[in-house]
Design a protein around this ligand. Sequence first.
Ligand code: GLC
Length: 442
Amino acid sequence: MKVMKRLASMGLTLTVALSLAACSSTPQQSAPAQGQPTTDTSNTEPASQPAEKVKIVYARGKDSTDSTKRLVEAFQNAHPNIEVEIREMPADTGQSHDQYVTMFSAQSSEIDVFDLDVIWPAEFAQAGYLLPLDRLIEQDGIDTGKYIKGAMDAGNFGGQQWTMPKFIDAGLLFYRKDLVQEPPKTWDELIAQAKATKGQGGTKFGYLMQAKQYEGLVCNFVEFIASYGGKILDEQGNVAINNPATIKGLQKMIEVVQSDFVPSNITTFMETESHTAFLEGQSAFIRNWPYQFALAQDQAQSKIVDKVAIAPLPAGDAGSAAALGGWMGGINKFSKHPKEAWEFLKFMTGAEGQKISAVHGGLAPTLLPVYEDADVQKASPLFANKDFVDGVSAAVSRPTTPIYPKISEVIQIEVSKALAGQQSAEQAVQNMETKMNELMKK
Ligand code: GLC
């Protein structure tokens, strides 16, 4: 990649090393593992007969934009024999996860294609919920090298490719250009500016984030602790959470959450609540994912069109850190229409699909050539800035393990208690260490 070394010019100097790359391998065109179905879809339609219209169901979380609708329309126009029904899943990734697990563990075929959070593939692949994609990728000559490596690798488990990357997320600071001259570089500067801007220009708050007890809390936590040099696991996968840097990061998070410049009910805020308040013009700052920019520019729902700029999240002692997020597409192993499901997945994660998601949904492409597209570059300052790709590639991943949901639950519970003032940061970190070590032993 040419996109090098200009991080500092945008300030996207995400100093915490990416552990994502360490936990994966290059996609391989290997034979299906024992016990896994083959991806031979040649028996679905005899080529000589006119294909009948097939309906597939595509499930994804709540979309606050019209990009999914547009994506499906474009696909159906190109594939008149395939109808795609959109099934909307909860906005809370953890709730979606649990619903999928219930469905797939009962071998349900009601969904054909679905979006997976970057934290799920290891678990879903191991549980046997996904159709392996290697042969399909090879058969259609998809060049996986054109995708952001970390995003492609995140769907590679046990030497097989289980998902195709759809978009990549990294935590960012969005701020009101009309209220803020120079974005804060450190958490302490953010705290000072959030206090100072609260009440200005019709705002009610200074800062918005996601502090509800759910997965988004883990992302915010990871950013605070990593910016002080803390981590959850070390490179060997051992629990490394109990250290002074993590404690310091959590203390800063507690300071922000307990301040009077965030909404008093911030511990009920997920992405939707925080972005809605920001779009209403209620805060000078928000921590959110790249999609925030497209929403801010949407006349139909935003009071802050053309007033928003983007910066890296504030730094702690160890620099600025963004949590790595993002979503990929996979095929339900029990789908009755794997061939059509693959056609849709290929379209959605290919150039045309990713362009629609970027332009209309503000979602950051994982397919590198899409960043060269003029319409995509116009859609968000992030996409026109080559440093952004390097920035997200340096973002901090959450642990990649099939037991991730359990690890996440521990973090959610202990951090929530600390934010509510029910225990100190030291106690929270000690409890997380003990509980995670127990989980690791099992
Ligand atoms: C975004 C991220 C995802 C993360 C979630 C938390 O959707 O892409 O990885 O788990 O937010 O709310």
